[in-house]
Design a protein around this ligand. Structure first.
Ligand SMILES: [Zn+2]
Length: 291
């Protein structure tokens, strides 16, 4: 399968920033890590695709951001974190929820997410206080919610299309996004043009599946573009987890492991469990004391 990626360029007399993302491989990686049901995969995939777009604006490699969609739906919260290198990871609180499809046959992402809540973005450029932007959800369908976020929290009107298509085997067949963001100073006509253009992508996931991100981009304007890979990457490790166990202190760690048989540390972002049995805990503290 092709790598997930973002393509960016300026279109329409360089008045509008266009980004097209293919996140099919990314969503499949998330499905295999979290065992998402189709509707959970679609909700997570749309959120992560928008998060990847936001990450593409981060100023440095060290910069990072997190997106939380908390709509009060059956799926619970969706959280995605990423950095300026477009390494992203995340989770949905209830990955195993199934819902009947909507009347139009599409996955009921709005039902999974809910719409009584907020979309929050925390962006940390590693100089000074992190920026936090929050806006109320519009529909829980994610694209409209991000569009509202860009307008109200970033004062950057942005036309957003997102799509995730899941096959009968539970795998993602096509996933991605289109973002049209007029540059500052663009006139009303340009804004309307972005809104009209974005209406052409009600079935974006099928277009991504058929034409890829390049094909979708060239369908808007045949422009040269910048390309960067988007990866599912978590930075947890056994080593980092060991330091958490050590932070418990020898006495507490040992009594915990006696009580429960082992100490288990779970990383929500990649759904990995790190287990420490009595021998492992003893070895950890022995190594620490030996230093
Ligand atoms: Zn992890």
């Amino acid at each position: 399968m092709q790598k997930s990626k973002i393509l960016k360029t300026l279109v329409w007399g360089k008045e509008v920033s266009l980004a097209v993302l293919d996140t099919t491989a990314f969503v499949n990686e998330a499905i295999s890590r979290h065992r998402f049901t189709p509707v959970a995969a679609a909700a997570f995939g749309r959120t992560a695709t928008a998060a990847a777009y936001l990450c593409s604006w981060l100023k440095g490699k060290e910069s990072a951001l997190s997106v939380t969609v908390n709509g009060g739906g059956v799926g619970g919260k969706i959280c995605v974190s990423g950095d300026g290198e477009l390494n992203l990871r995340g989770f949905a609180e209830n990955p195993d929820v199934t819902l009947p499809p909507r009347k139009d046959g599409k996955l009921d992402v709005g039902g999974y997410v809910g719409k009584n809540g907020t979309l929050t973005v925390v962006r940390d450029d590693k100089n000074g206080l992190p920026f936090t932007g929050t806006c109320p959800l519009v529909s829980g369908e994610i694209a409209e919610d991000f569009s509202a976020y860009f307008l109200t929290s970033e004062q950057r009107p942005t036309a957003v299309a997102l799509g995730v298509k899941i096959g009968t085997d539970g795998k993602c067949l096509g996933a991605g996004g289109v973002f049209l963001q007029p540059l500052p100073g663009a006139d009303e006509k340009t804004l309307i043009r972005t809104e009209t253009e974005i209406m052409k992508f009600p079935n974006l996931s099928s277009l991504i599946q058929e034409k890829g991100a390049e094909g979708v981009l060239r369908g808007i304007e045949n422009a040269d573009y910048y390309e960067k890979e988007v990866r599912y990457r978590c930075f947890c490790s056994r080593e980092k987890t060991e330091s958490l166990v050590i932070a418990l202190g020898k006495e507490d760690a040992q009594s915990l492991v006696k009580e429960r048989g082992n100490i288990s540390v779970h990383c929500h972002y990649c759904n990995t469990d790190y287990e420490f049995d009595e021998a492992a805990v003893s070895a950890l503290f022995a190594a620490k004391e030996g230093k």
